[in-house]
Design a protein around this ligand. Structure first.
Ligand code: N01
Length: 875
């Protein structure tokens, strides 16, 4: 057979591995577009995961209306699901029906396994070898081999010795198993164990469940397809599918913007009860916006779920054993069940806690734990999979220059968009690592990937291109982005298969992309609209590459920017000053309040032209404490004691210092140099009155953000020139250090990141006459001498017009011999660091700031925030 695309004698344009949901759709779609395509499948029929996982109770846990193809309107209309959550046989029938309807089977090589795939660099094609000793040459090699298709080898001693029957949930006998009258062991309590245990218990004479980690599970409340769901779908299937494609998890749902502690406990519990009663897998984790990221918020769900377990399981000790305590809700995949916990009330069902009584060995007749010996007729392994990367690296794949894939991924998968990997042209992974995949409704993600792939192939055919490959830059950027996104969530804290933690020796890397189906789809579309950003093409049509990195902003920063853009606010610089101040104050309403501190007291101090208000935050530990004098941001025009209150609390806790926030006079009412003169007067007053504040004047630092950073920098210069007070350190967060608005960052980041270049110009106009702006008290970068200044931490943000201001000042101070640390925050904007508990990805920067202040002030490190995570990890 001659391929339709490109040069050379190819057998196929495309070889696809796997005939599950992904392989079947890929085959249909690509053939429909005129690409000669074959599928290689190791099973003897279609179905993929639904072919293999035939254990009792196997069914989907995303509602069947959602967990089904959208590409064929006729199929949607003709196929009616019999249950809300269809059983494995029904889903398998569905896939068989799809294969028949679209005449796919004759293009599938069943009972054939791909063992190797090698890229031929000279001819730009893949040689795909199978266990039938044949070789297929194809332009494109697509692994649609599933994320959970390679069973984990049970790492338990003595498996081979057992003389009874052994079953694996993921390789269940087609003829079924009758456990009647049998003594049965089940090892493993993930989704497969939790679905099968109640049904095995119904048959078996005795069932013993061997549990290593208890899992969060709740009732599926399965039954007929809910009328409301069906009505929503039938009313407009296309609109319904569109909503799914642009949703967070591939199922239509509105994300919550409310945080757990914004509502009363009563309201919170009512929401949890409603989510629990819904029988919807995704409902509970999406009740509040911060469940996936905030340990304390998540604990409320864990507590709720543990109470449910206690209310079902009659024996308190058994209930305790079944209650998950070592991971946050959702960080290991939660389950939906039918009578799972109820099963442990049955007299013939026992539970062994392997944490307390580990398996020593499997014997000829049963299982021996540290303290007991059990006899069984059958052992069921529900021990899971080598997820996501396992099925891919199981094939011997060699890319450019004969480089194998497995070593490249030895420290964790490296992909661009979860679709491709550098050095392996024309090799695609459907729902591969680095894509939403297992965190989403798989069918939606599968269709999205295949549609993207199909469009890419059509593009290449039109442009006469033979080879496509992501660049090293694009891939490195994506890997970073995937990790950055995971790091603001609680996922990395769990020993889950998402982290590769279930397979001994597998690197601990979060495998899927947590940014959401909608954001991911937007990203993939953006890559195409930017000329296939980050992909290099080659072929008779020429070589081309628009190299670059997509999604350079941190995930939570993007979300905040989108929310703000959605408000449609007018630019501040077009407003009257009073209106701009009111707007800023209004935007602070409802934000997270910041951590609790021991004491907050307002007072007044002597400024240069009268009294100034201040707010003093005290830590809980006994004093006297070091003191941090803080100057808020707001372009010398906006802000006050309230505007930066959460950040001051955060500073107080992290630095274990008294923080005194000073309400210096604002422009335009009090123009330059009122703000800096007030700042210096405040530092003098605070140093002189340190005792009364409970502080230690000999350990005093300054900190400021934005225009406040400008004031802090100038105050350090003034104190140096005046011979005191002695300032032990300065922390300048995104400071204004110069009046030159022509720096590169003012151009590159002029708009779109909250602080704009136009707004900075407006601030300067309010604050200082042009003639005054070059005064070092306005532009501290212009000071003739920067030597002798206190040690400094300068924090800058990548997407801030002021980025180069801070960088230039850090460099100039360092050149003058000052001890300077410059912390450049990747993917952050001007407002990130001060957005406490909102921009979680800036938490590391806040910790660095606390550490710098402790260093300057020689205070010991405090316990902060992550202690719940630490406790979880320790347990
Ligand atoms: O596998 P798992 P699964 N000794 O890895 C335990 C999807 N799925 O097949 O947690 C003792 O979740 C292991 O213990 P621990 C779904 O995405 C969906 O159940 O590692 N125990 C764990 O309890 C799911 O998440 C559905 O400490 C050992 C269990 O075995 C994914 O597939 C249905 C052990 C394995 O749980 C995997 O689920 C089924 C040992 N040596 C699956 N090794 C739907 O409803 C492992 N364990 C759609």
């Amino acid at each position: 057979m001659r391929a339709a695309n490109g040069r050379g004698d190819l057998d196929f344009d495309v070889v696809v591995v796997g005939a599950g949901f992904a392989g079947l759709y890929a085959l249909h779609r690509l053939r429909g577009l005129g690409f000669s395509t074959t599928v290689i499948e190791s099973a003897d029929d279609v179905g993929g995961t639904w072919y293999w996982n035939r254990y009792p109770g196997a069914r989907c846990d995303i509602e069947s209306i959602d967990y089904s193809y959208s590409f064929d309107p006729e199929l949607q209309a003709e196929w009616q699901w019999s249950e809300r959550y269809a059983t494995q046989p029904e889903i398998l029938r569905y896939l068989g029906h799809v294969a028949d309807k679209h005449e796919l089977r004759r293009h599938i090589r069943f009972s054939t396994r791909v063992v190797a795939a090698t890229w031929d660099d000279d001819a730009s094609f893949w040689r795909v070898r199978t266990d039938r000793a044949d070789e297929l040459r194809c332009r494109f090699y697509v692994m649609a081999s599933g994320c959970l298709s390679l069973p984990k080898t049970p790492d338990i001693e003595g498996v081979g010795r057992f003389r009874g029957a052994i079953y694996h949930t993921n390789r269940w006998p087609h003829e079924g198993v009758d456990f009647s009258g049998k003594r049965v062991a089940v090892i493993g309590t993930g989704s497969s164990g939790i679905q099968s245990i109640p049904l095995i218990a119904r048959q078996a004479a005795a069932l013993t469940v061997f549990q290593r980690t208890p899992n969060f599970s709740r009732p599926a409340y399965n039954g007929p397809v809910p009328a409301t769901k069906k009505a929503a779908f039938d009313a407009d299937p296309a609109a319904y599918r569109h909503a799914a494609r642009w949703s967070r998890a591939g199922v239509p749902a509105e994300p919550s913007l409310v945080r757990v502690f914004q509502v009363s406990e009563e309201e919170r519990l009512a929401k949890y009860e409603a989510a629990y009663a819904s029988g919807d897998l995704l409902a509970l984790s999406s009740t509040f916006a911060d469940i996936g990221a905030d340990p304390r918020a998540n604990q409320t769900v864990c507590d709720f779920m543990r109470a449910k377990i206690r209310s079902i399981v009659r024996d308190p000790a058994t209930a305790e054993t079944l209650s998950p305590k070592d991971h946050f809700y959702g960080t290991k995949r939660p389950c939906l069940d039918t009578d799972y916990f109820e099963t442990f009330n049955l007299p013939h069902v026992g539970l062994v806690d392997l944490r307390k009584d580990p398996i020593r060995t499997i014997t000829e007749t049963g299982i021996e734990t540290a303290s007991r010996s059990f006899a069984f007729d059958a052992i069921v392994f529900a021990t899971g999979f080598d997820a996501m990367t396992g099925p891919i690296v199981a094939v011997d794949i060699e890319g450019r220059n004969g480089s194998p894939l497995a070593p490249k991924w030895a420290e964790g998968p490296r992909t661009y968009l979860g679709l491709m990997t550098h050095g392996f042209p024309n090799f695609f992974t459907i729902t591969g690592p680095g894509s939403p995949s297992v965190l989403s409704n798989m069918v939606v993600s599968i269709e999205q990937h295949i549609d993207w792939l199909a469009a890419c192939l059509v593009h290449m055919r039109a442009e006469r291109l033979d080879a496509v490959e992501p660049t090293a830059t694009a891939e490195a950027g994506w890997v970073q982005h995937v990790n950055d996104c995971a790091d603001v969530t609680l996922f990395p804290s769990a020993n889950s298969w998402y982290m590769g933690a279930n397979v001994p020796g597998k690197p601990r890397v979060f495998l899927p992309y947590v940014g959401g189906v909608d954001r991911y789809r937007k990203t993939c579309d953006e890559v195409v609209s930017r000329g296939y950003l980050g992909f290099a093409f080659d072929g008779p049509g020429g070589a081309r590459c628009n190299d670059g990195v997509v999604n350079r902003l941190q995930l939570d920063v993007s979300i905040v920017l989108e929310l703000i853009a959605g408000l449609g606010l007018p630019p501040m610089e077009t407003m009257a000053v009073a209106d701009a101040r009111a707007l800023l104050a209004g935007m602070a309403i409802g934000r997270p309040p910041g951590p609790e501190v021991s004491d907050v007291a307002d007072g007044v101090l002597d400024g240069t032209a009268g009294l100034l208000a201040y707010r003093c935050y005290r830590p809980a530990s006994p004093g006297p404490h070091p003191i941090v004098v803080y100057f808020h941001g707001g372009g010398w025009v906006l802000g006050g004691l309230d505007s930066d209150d959460p950040f001051c609390r955060d500073l107080c806790v992290r630095s274990e210092s008294i923080v005194v926030s000073v309400d210096y006079r604002h422009a335009p009412e009090a123009r330059f140099p009122a703000a800096v003169d007030d700042g210096f007067a405040a530092v003098r007053w605070i140093a002189a009155n340190a005792d009364a504040l409970g502080g230690d004047a000999s350990r005093l630092a300054v900190c400021g953000w934005s225009a406040g950073g400008n004031i802090a920098a100038v105050v350090c210069q003034m104190a140096r020139d005046a011979g005191g007070p002695r300032i032990a350190g300065q922390v300048l967060v995104n400071p204004v250090t110069d009046c030159d608005l022509g720096r590169e960052s003012y151009v590159a980041n002029s708009d779109g990141y909250i602080l704009t270049t136009a707004l900075m110009r407006w601030f300067w106009d309010q604050y200082a006459d042009p003639a005054d702006r070059t005064d070092p008290k306005a532009s501290p970068l212009r000071a003739r001498d920067l030597s002798g200044l206190p040690p400094a931490l300068v924090v800058t943000a990548e997407f801030d017009p002021l980025r180069d201001d801070g960088a230039a000042y850090a460099a100039a101070m360092a050149a003058a011999g000052v001890d300077v640390c410059h912390l450049a925050c990747r993917g952050q904007i001007h407002t990130s660091v001060t957005a406490v508990d909102m921009i979680l990805s800036a938490g590391g920067a806040r910790e660095e700031i606390g550490a710098a202040l402790r260093r300057f002030l020689a205070a010991p490190a405090p316990a902060y925030g992550g202690e719940v995570v630490a406790a979880m990890r320790a347990s």
